[in-house]
Ligand binder design. Structure first.
Ligand SMILES: [Zn+2]
Length: 80
């Protein structure tokens, strides 16, 4: 009897410290290890951009997000 075996290697992403890209502050975790909420932005720039093919990502804490959105001419949409 032939037994076929297969080896699989699984990568697990371990989340380390998260820093706000705007103010540089390390995001806090609660007693259960949950991070304070933040905005994570990922952008892959397309061919109509001068950054075509570039990928960017950033994390923004709630306080910096509030300052950022307060500067918007047209306010962001919020739901309750
Ligand atoms: Zn911040």
């Amino acid at each position: 009897m032939l037994i076929k075996t297969e080896m699989r290697i699984q990568e697990t992403e371990v989340i380390g410290d998260i820093y706000c890209n705007v103010c540089g502050r390390k995001l806090k975790t609660d007693n259960h290890g949950y991070y304070e909420d933040f905005v994570h932005v990922e952008k892959h720039w397309g061919y109509t951009s001068e950054k075509d093919g570039t990928e960017e990502c950033a994390d923004i804490c709630e306080q910096c997000w509030d300052k950022f959105t307060a500067s918007f001419a047209i306010k962001s949409k919020k739901t309750a």
